[in-house]
Design a protein around this ligand. Structure first.
Ligand SMILES: [Zn+2]
Ligand SMILES: [Zn+2]
Length: 337
């Protein structure tokens, strides 16, 4: 192993990205002995690891979603704290993606690698902002790595929802949101915009909201949608998993306005497919300008691109003189876009 040659001490094995001198995997896609987990989305946080190191928030979310975060033991590491693991030091810094999300900063023999996990740089009232860490190797996500993806201002999208509520005061606005991250961010953005009415939740969304609240994120009055009277839901905001928008679950509402809140709503065909009458472009992932800016900001001479549109970002990085390549990791079906 040589510190200059990252491939010799950080490599992709059968379970995913592995740090040899540290003896751990980062976001492995199958069960391993030691895992460092960037955040609790299911494409990063799998069940069945023996030992898991993550932020306290991620461990709580993993426990709620998977039953337990690890079989034998968990260790919480706060943002900014440094821990010796094997021969390397590990530090977790905010990724700005969802509650508890962290970039993993690994240092070995004077070289620093940063594994971003999923990240975004736009404002999110529910978790601390992405922290820029200059490094020698940057491993970046690429979910929205095409120039067409520019998410715009989330506040403007929330204003569209509020305008529609005014325009159609008799109709429930049923908004499809991912349960971890998008749901709580949309609620917080609505509250910031002055919306003080109770917000109704599909049962699948309640547990993550409770965890956010237990970590001090204020979401205001939330009520279960199930059991609420039709009359009560007129003109209300109802949040549900995106899959519930087009299915039987939505039929309980009289003449609802179906909406979906996702970065994919930028693509017309995807918006149509989702059944959304009101597509709202809000994403918890970096858009194309943010991805490109981040490559410049971290200043890493070497970049590995994981899950998503690898080719476009690799091409972009190379045009900046960066030694970039796609890291083909299995098992990445993006969640929480
Ligand atoms: Zn994610
Ligand atoms: Zn992901």
């Amino acid at each position: 192993m040589h510190p200059e040659r990252f491939e010799s001490w950080l490599n992709v094995g059968t379970h995913g990205l592995y740090c040899r001198p540290g003896g751990f995997h980062i976001d492995p896609h199958s069960a391993v002995n030691r895992a460092v987990i960037t955040h609790a989305h299911s494409d990063h946080a799998r069940a069945g690891h023996d030992h898991v190191l993550a932020t306290r928030e991620t461990l709580a979310l993993m426990k709620a979603r998977l039953g337990s975060a690890a079989k034998l033991g968990t260790q919480a590491l706060g943002y900014g704290e440094t821990l010796q693991v094997g021969d390397v030091t590990v530090r977790l810094v905010p990724a700005g993606h969802v509650l508890g999300s962290a970039q993993v900063v690994i240092e070995w023999r004077g070289r620093r690698a940063v594994i971003s996990g999923d990240y975004k740089r736009s404002a999110d009232p529910t978790n601390p902002p992405f922290e820029l860490v200059p490094c020698d190797l940057f491993v970046t996500e690429a979910t929205f790595a095409l120039p067409v993806f520019s998410h715009g201002d989330a506040k403007g999208e929330v204003a569209k929802l509020l305008k529609s509520l005014k325009q159609f005061p008799e109709r429930a606005h049923v908004v499809g949101v991912y349960g971890l991250g998008k749901c709580q961010r949309l609620i917080a953005l609505l509250r910031e915009a002055g919306y003080a009415e109770p917000i109704y939740l599909h049962g699948a969304l309640a547990a993550c909201c409770q965890i956010y609240e237990s970590f001090g994120v204020e979401l205001g009055a939330l009520k279960p949608a199930t059991g609420a009277k039709r009359e009560e839901l007129k003109g209300a905001v109802v949040l549900a998993p995106p899959s519930a928008i087009a299915d039987r679950w939505s039929r309980r509402f009289a003449d609802p306005v179906p909406a979906v809140c996702s970065g994919w709503m930028r693509v017309r065909a995807r918006a149509r497919q989702s059944g959304a009458e009101l597509p709202l472009i809000v994403s918890d992932h970096a858009d194309w300008p943010e991805l490109c800016q981040t490559l410049k900001d971290v200043g890493a001479p070497k970049v590995w691109v994981t899950h998503g549109r690898e080719e476009a970002l690799v091409h972009m990085a190379r045009s900046l003189g960066i030694d970039a390549e796609a890291l083909h990791l299995a098992g990445r079906e993006e969640e929480g876009t």
